[in-house]
Design a protein around this ligand. Structure first.
Ligand SMILES: [Zn+2]
Length: 380
């Protein structure tokens, strides 16, 4: 049986130009590699960004319990101009692998597959290893839910999942994510009464009310934070008044905000709280409001369990890092894993989505070693 070198595999993966939900043959390539190790591979389609469907992969080695899983994505963001080296050439220069997706997150996918190839070649074990690779983590996020639905239909159970997103900050393994904050967007429209600005008393200015609403929302802390998550935070990102006259008080004014919230809220309880604050101010000013919310994801986390502590120990052994368990960062496919216990551990995130994205070769080696040790400890 073969083993795969993490650097070579990462280079091969970077060469597929998988922007948006373009497949370019990458899932077939991965299926072939994994089949050669003894994995059973299943392509699962989901709605793509273009006319073609997005192709996602579920691969499994072994049949018995427990099932340790790896979740990753092969799609990459654009931002492809002004690179020092071509973004899809996967060149190695002075100890660094350059390329779009090297950190986020084809590098990690390569490290996991390399670790698995080495592990199953050298060890008999009871249990199974599964891999989910999605094609739209950076865009629409239909892939992971489609795979979850497939697993439900097949009555497949995952016992623990490692999400390979670039969680590390200054060095590999200095941080491990055990959850993510929730994210929600809202548009608030305030309706007053328009009129000539010279005739005070005949109009109700929605701009003034909107300003008071913004001020009120920013002046009350939403909470104090939880053990693993920082205080929830609300930021206004857009304000808009459609008005072409300078001496007319407008009829309405609107603003948009984004809230990153911790696990002390569900989006429903947070909506209730925010609407109450907004409507109280509006009522005082004799204005009506319309509030539209869009939830991008609920807050979630895994209470540190024996697997999470095992991974923390492995990281310490391989890197010397005393990993911080936290819930920083944006959303990821991890939000679709439901109640599966999980953590996120991958490469550094210092160049993700940027021009000249790169990872050091030694980081690839370290992460592969961490993943290998995780497999070893999980099955003994
Ligand atoms: Zn990512």
């Amino acid at each position: 049986m073969k083993t795969f070198n993490e650097l070579k595999l990462a280079q091969e993966l970077i060469k597929f130009q998988t922007i948006k939900t373009e497949d370019k043959g990458i899932m077939k390539f991965l299926s072939k590699k994994l089949s050669s190790l003894g994995f059973k591979c299943q392509i699962i389609k989901s709605k793509g960004t273009g006319a073609k469907p997005a192709l996602n992969l579920y691969a499994k080695f072994g049949k018995s319990k427990p099932n340790i899983n790896y979740l990753g994505h092969t799609d990459v963001v654009a931002n492809l101009n002004n690179w020092e080296f071509p973004p899809f050439k996967a060149l190695v220069k002075k100890g660094y692998l350059y390329g779009r997706g090297s950190q986020d997150m084809k590098g990690s996918v390569a490290c996991w597959i390399s670790a698995v190839s080495d592990f199953i070649k050298n060890k008999k074990f009871k249990g199974s290893i599964s891999i989910i690779i999605t094609a739209d983590e950076e865009t629409t996020g239909h892939g992971c839910p489609a795979v979850m639905k497939y697993l439900e239909r097949k009555k497949e159970k995952i016992d623990f999942s490692i999400v390979g997103e670039p969680s590390s900050n200054k060095s590999v393994g200095d941080e491990i994510r055990i959850g993510r904050r929730g994210s929600m967007n809202a548009t608030v429209t305030v309706y007053g009464k328009s009129g000539h600005s010279a005739f005070y008393g005949t109009y109700i200015n929605p701009c003034t009310t909107l300003a008071k609403i913004i001020s009120k929302l920013k002046s009350v802390p939403l909470d104090k934070g939880t053990k693993y998550m920082p205080p929830s935070n609300l930021e206004f990102t857009k304000m808009n008044v459609d008005n072409i006259s300078e001496n007319v008080v407008p009829q309405s004014a609107s603003a948009k905000f984004n809230v990153r919230f911790n696990s002390s809220y569900k989006s429903t309880s947070l909506k209730k709280k925010l609407s109450k604050i907004i409507n109280a101010v509006a009522k005082k000013e004799n204005c009506k409001t319309k509030i539209e919310y869009k939830v991008s994801g609920e807050a979630f986390y895994t209470v540190p369990n024996k697997e999470i502590y095992m991974v923390k120990k492995v990281v310490k052994k391989v890197t010397g890092n005393n990993a911080k368990l936290n819930c920083r960062g944006g959303t990821s496919d991890s939000r679709f894993l439901g109640s599966i216990p999980r953590l996120e551990l991958g490469l550094r995130n210092n160049t993700i989505h940027m021009v000249n994205e790169r990872t050091s070769i030694s980081d690839l080696k370290k992460l592969t070693k961490i993943y290998k040790n995780i497999l070893h400890n999980y099955f003994t």
